[in-house]
Ligand binder design. Structure first.
Ligand SMILES: [Zn+2]
Ligand SMILES: [Zn+2]
Length: 177
């Protein structure tokens, strides 16, 4: 009954109290529709508290906020989480004092789906917005061209137009006076 391997741990909802206290080595990929994560580390139980510690490598399909093209964002994070039973949730008046416990998370009941949780952890490693590259040139605000793929003269043309308008105005004012 004791859960000793990652195959047993990620089989679905498992009973926390059956997780081996010797620690379970984890080296596994977690996938959903738009995210792929690889976790290398360990899951260890001590009483009702489960520690998840290791390295998380995440790849996610995202849309670049500058050029709006889809790209694969990747990141690597060190993870250390203490999963505690909800009975250990800090009382409201204690919450302010508990800022150092940001790595704590809580589970309800006796069963827990670790596969699902690892996906949520992977998701939390990804920022809500990202650019495909620091050098992304974005799209032209005049013609909508993706400037990473092609260049356009809009910026130049609009500058020339503005200059022409200014010169026109000056000439008109000169003529008036
Ligand atoms: Zn981009
Ligand atoms: Zn343009």
């Amino acid at each position: 009954m004791i859960i000793r391997t990652q195959e047993e741990l990620f089989r679905g909802a498992v009973r926390i109290k059956y997780i081996s206290e010797d620690g379970i080595k984890v080296s596994k990929m977690f996938k959903s529709e738009d995210i792929k994560a690889i976790f290398n580390g360990e899951v260890r139980r001590s009483g009702g508290i489960v520690e998840i510690k290791g390295k998380m490598f995440v790849e996610k399909f995202m849309e670049c906020t500058r050029c709006l093209e889809e790209f694969i964002f990747d990141t690597e994070d060190n993870i250390q989480i203490f999963l505690k039973p909800s009975s250990m949730l800090p009382q409201e008046e204690e919450i302010e004092l508990k800022m150092e416990d940001l790595d704590d998370d809580f589970y309800e009941g006796e069963e827990f789906d670790f596969y699902d949780y690892m996906l949520r952890l992977a998701e939390s490693c990804v920022p809500p917005f990202a650019v495909c590259s620091e050098n992304c040139r974005g799209i032209c605000r005049f013609c909508g061209e993706n400037l990473n793929k092609r260049t356009c003269d809009c910026a130049k043309t609009s500058q020339t137009k503005t200059m022409d308008m200014i010169i026109d105005k000056i000439l008109k004012n000169i003529r008036k006076s």
